[in-house]
Design a binder for this molecule. Structure first.
Ligand SMILES: [Zn+2]
Length: 330
């Protein structure tokens, strides 16, 4: 009987790997720096080795591994398993990653967009457990998104659905990394939050923030804003309220559109806890209809940095079972 699933989260900085039993118990995990500069061959070797290492640590023979799931930033094709390219990782061009790993490990391999994998992780084993309809927002340098509808990832015809960070919250607003203006990401990412703080200096005479970055605003980061807010600094607190307000506006639209049971927030920014969440909840409810708003909970993530690697495994199991069912019915 096949009993195990392996998840791999291929990030530009770290390569994370985990093995779980079929009943969703995490048995072993591994994290190693991604040697991205050495190119795809070296990275794929490291992925194969990491998968073998976690299997050995869990005393799981590879022929009892049901599937391997890989989450990667992409752009990629989740169906064909081809990575078109990887941001900040040189040499990746049309690499059939799923096929290569499947051949090397002798087990089916499935590729996912990393934000979708993290979303599925929270659904499968994190803050969304027991919920069938949910959305996930990952608040980092950008804002990643994922949506689960009746237990399945929302993918769209090209697999590009659920880019929640690029919901528009303001006409002619700030320029976003995607080239458009007024995206949620431009305000609710950590980068956006820091920008809000810097803009706020124009209307706040003094701030602890200026001291924390030694007067060099280019050095200002999310951690400093959080630290100053904890000390009660007026500008930092205002910055959090502003950021939470933008986030609440975006989430209000998500609630109206999807009618989810939960919206899960991931990323370092959620360490701010109620400082962020109270305003997010209040603004989101004020910006959606009463019925979807009443039941939807806005909650912090349950898996932290492991959502991606656990979700990659969960997605792989789901897709494996789907393929089996399809074949049985054919
Ligand atoms: Zn955008």
């Amino acid at each position: 009987m096949n009993d195990f699933i392996i998840g791999i989260d291929l990030g530009g900085t770290n390569l994370k790997t985990a093995i779980l039993s079929r009943d969703k118990t995490l048995l072993a995990k591994d994290s190693r720096p991604t040697d991205a500069e050495s190119g795809p061959d070296a990275v794929i070797d490291a992925m194969e080795q990491a998968a073998r290492d976690v299997a050995a640590a869990a005393e799981a023979p590879l022929d009892r591994v049901i599937a391997v799931g890989v989450g990667a930033p992409g752009p990629l094709n989740w169906q064909s398993g081809i990575v078109y390219s990887l941001t900040n990782m040189p040499g990746w061009r049309d690499v059939p990653l799923a096929r290569i790993l499947a051949e090397r490990l002798g087990t089916p391999c499935f590729l996912e967009n990393d934000a979708n994998a993290a979303c599925y992780g929270e659904y499968w084993l994190g803050a969304g457990q027991g919920v069938d309809n949910m959305a996930v927002l990952t608040l980092g340098t950008g804002v990643g998104g994922g949506v689960v509808v009746f237990g399945k990832l929302l993918r769209g015809i090209d697999g590009t659905a659920a880019e929640l960070g690029h919901l528009k919250v303001l006409r002619n607003g700030r320029l976003c990394g995607c080239g458009a203006r007024g995206c949620l990401e431009a305000y609710a990412s950590v980068t956006g939050m820091v920008k809000t703080a810097i803009e706020g200096l124009e209307t706040h005479n003094t701030s602890r923030l200026v001291e924390l970055c030694d007067g060099d605003l280019e050095q200002l980061d999310g951690r400093m804003v959080f630290e100053a807010a904890q000390e009660g600094d007026a500008l930092a607190l205002w910055t959090f309220r502003e950021t939470a307000t933008w986030l609440g506006i975006g989430i209000g639209s998500i609630i109206n559109y999807q009618n989810p049971e939960k919206v899960v927030l991931c990323g370092g920014m959620i360490a701010a806890g109620e400082l962020l969440l109270d305003t997010v909840r209040e603004v989101a409810k004020a910006n959606c209809f009463p019925v979807p708003g009443a039941r939807c909970e806005i909650v912090p993530a349950g898996l932290g940095g492991d959502a991606g690697v656990i979700g990659a495994a969960g997605c792989a199991l789901d897709r494996c079972l789907e393929t089996e069912t399809r074949e049985r019915l054919a």
